[in-house]
Design a protein around this ligand. Structure first.
Ligand code: ADP
Length: 647
């Protein structure tokens, strides 16, 4: 396409290399008179000066070169050859005399854009030849622009002909400046950044075509990933030409690798979570038997020594259970699987319960244990009480563990108040052994424990990382200040919404559950495949209620079969069982039986600690759950609640 002529455009630069000053003047005159072209002439008298200009200002600045072949420093066809070799994309219009018109034809065959016979062309012909050059230039520029956007470059090389040209984008992909094109000779140097192109060429000469993706190193050390296609064609003079296209696909490659890494990380996290959940389940199941049997053993006639042993078994089992729970929780937190609840709770009640659970330890050690809540804090708040409780439980547990004299105190202050929310600062302060400055950072890492000379403190090093993560998922940050020998203070701040008392979900507490009399008559179905746990649950229940009838099913199928023959008042359902699991059995009972049996209370009794993390068990038709190893009192209380509330 020929560009419409516009005076607004910057003039096109035409380089005239001509030693005959009269002739040069004539050309300048022709062009200055031209109505068709807006151009400016740069005139040089020797080939060296012309090449000097192109080197200095860049060949791309010049729309066309008008080249006389007979110059003081170069004669004949050689003049063109030298210029083309150095600047392969240049638009060269050769000026010949009438005698050497043949040279002009040959020049066009060798890469010149056109030729004009001196004395025989007029300003119209000159303008026409130049306009073609300008149009070709514009097309080349557009091609360069397209290549820049698509990150695609091309190059051609024929070493036998000393010919090498590469598009601007090829230079950029290699981290080089397009303003400084390489000659074919430079390409042949061993350290040339383009030497990979020569390698591709020699492969293409053998195979005809090469297609490969490879990494290249840029000058400043950056690596780019390119897709290269290269072909080799034999020219009529026997030499090879090659022709190659490269595309910078680094971003695509990086995205692919990122996706691969992410998929792998997700897969690993999933496998790890399943593994830990599985292990934890496998450990909790026998723990249920150990704890349950210790409880039952504790209720038989034992002498003092035996009672002590049973107590020790129970205590050790509880420590072990704590560790299993911590490990499971760390895995859950690491997989970002924790979902933070936003429910109403009563801060004072949460704190009272916490103190109730922990005060025995303080009493045992003779420590002053107290709380101080800023009275302006609203008592009803909205947030994740379970997680807040756990953070405080871990921090207070540590404070009590690492303090032998003095106090442990919980402070809660109102830091900031907005219309519907408050920012609370929690401090757990103790007068214990303290932590050295250099240990302060590491104590929040999983399994990190400060070695204490001469004294062994029980623990796994998971309490603080769990507390830290739980504070962070609630949008806060945990910090610690400590002086060795004086004490420590662990603090965090949380935004909590203000609540209204109306919505507090009522937990069923022993107080509001009518007790079933010891002689209550009811039938309970226990669905459980683990023999020892069957025995533990059955014995525990039969000791509590004299007239309870406990039916036992080994799996879900057996449970359904039993229910067809005998209705029951309540079901304790293990979840993971052979033949038919607890979820599908519950679904079957809810859908296939008639009321009232289809509405029988079903409590999951499971070693899968995950069940306590949200309410999703309800979706499966389960009313509630008891976590194995079960607390007998909790189990009794739940059974009482469901029997008295449904009846
Ligand atoms: P654990 O208590 O099971 O060792 P934690 O993660 O809860 O694990 O704590 C890590 C370590 O941080 C502890 O072993 C102890 O060295 C130090 N630490 C935590 N809390 C206190 C505290 N209140 N006083 C002194 N040292 C503490």
């Amino acid at each position: 396409m020929i560009e419409p002529h516009s005076q607004l455009e910057a003039p096109h630069k035409i380089l005239l290399i001509e030693d005959d000053l009269n002739y040069a003047y004539l050309v300048e005159l022709m062009l200055s008179d031209s109505q068709q072209l807006n151009c400016s002439i740069i005139h040089h008298k020797t080939l060296a000066d012309g090449i000097g200009y192109l080197n200095q200002y860049g060949a791309r600045e010049v729309a066309a070169v008008l080249l006389d072949l007979s110059l003081p420093d170069s004669e004949g066809f050689d003049t063109l050859g030298k210029l083309i070799q150095r600047f392969p994309n240049l638009n060269i219009i050769v000026l010949t005399g009438l005698d050497d018109k043949g040279l002009g034809v040959q020049a066009v065959r060798s890469g010149a854009q056109d030729f004009l016979v001196k004395g025989y062309f007029d300003d119209g012909q000159l303008a026409k030849a130049l306009r073609y050059s300008i149009a070709r230039n514009n097309i080349l520029r557009r091609l360069e622009e397209t290549q820049r956007i698509a990150r695609i470059g091309h190059w051609e090389c024929s070493p036998q002909d000393h010919y090498f040209t590469a598009s601007e984008e090829t230079y950029r992909i290699f981290g080089l400046s397009p303003q400084r094109p390489f000659s074919c000779e430079e390409l042949m140097e061993p350290n040339c950044p383009f030497s990979i192109l020569l390698q591709l060429q020699s492969e293409a000469q053998e195979k005809g075509k090469v297609q490969k993706d490879l990494w290249i190193n840029q000058k400043d050390g950056e690596r780019r990933y390119i897709a290269a296609v290269c072909t080799a064609n034999r020219l009529s003079n026997g030499a090879f030409l090659f022709n190659g296209i490269i595309q910078d696909i680094t971003e695509r490659k990086q995205a692919e690798e990122l996706k691969k890494a992410r998929d792998l990380a997700q897969h690993t996290a999933k496998v790890r979570e399943q593994f830990i959940a599985g292990i934890s389940h496998e450990m909790r199941t026998p723990m249920n038997a150990i704890l349950g049997l210790s409880n039952l053993l504790g209720q038989t006639h034992l002498d003092e020594e035996q009672t002590g042993y049973v107590q020790s078994i129970k205590q050790s089992s509880e420590v072990l259970l704590g560790i299993i729970n911590d490990i499971l929780q760390v895995a859950t937190l690491q997989n970002n699987k924790i979902r933070i609840e936003k429910k109403e709770f009563q801060l004072s009640l949460l704190l009272n319960n916490l103190v109730g659970v922990m005060k025995h330890k303080a009493l045992e050690k003779g420590l002053a244990f107290s709380t101080e809540i800023d009275p302006s804090i609203p008592d009803i708040l909205k947030g994740d009480a379970l997680r807040l409780n756990q953070v405080l439980y871990n921090l207070v547990g540590n404070a009590l563990k690492f303090t032998d004299n003095g106090f442990v105190k919980i402070f809660i202050r109102l830091q900031e108040e907005k219309e519907n929310r408050v920012r609370l600062r929690f401090d757990v302060k103790d007068s214990g052994i303290g932590i050295k400055e250099n240990e302060l950072k590491t104590i929040f890492e999983a399994f990190a424990r400060v070695p204490q000379s001469g004294r062994l403190y029980e623990g796994t090093g998971l309490g603080l990382p769990i507390a830290k993560s739980l504070v962070e998922v609630q949008g806060g940050q945990i910090e610690v200040k400590s002086t060795p020998g004086k004490g420590s203070c662990f603090s965090f701040s949380l935004w909590l919404e203000k609540g209204t008392s109306a919505q507090i979900p009522k937990a069923h507490t022993p107080e509001d559950t009518p007790q079933l009399p010891a002689n209550a008559v009811f039938r309970l179905l226990l669905v459980e495949d683990h023999k020892l746990n069957q025995a533990v649950a059955r014995k525990t229940l039969e000791k509590k209620w004299k007239n309870i009838e406990v039916l036992v099913a080994e799996n879900g199928e057996e449970a359904i079969h039993l229910l067809r023959q005998k209705p029951v008042d309540i079901i304790l359902m293990d979840l993971q069982m052979p033949v038919r699991d607890g979820y599908s059995t519950t679904k079957y009972i809810r859908q296939q039986f008639q009321p009232p049996l289809s509405e029988v209370p079903i409590l999951a009794m499971t070693a899968h600690a995950h069940i306590s993390q949200d309410e999703s068990f309800r979706k499966h038709g389960l009313d509630d759950f008891v976590l194995k190893p079960f607390e007998p009192e909790q189990l009794f209380q739940k059974i009482e609640y469901y029997l008295t509330h449904i009846a």
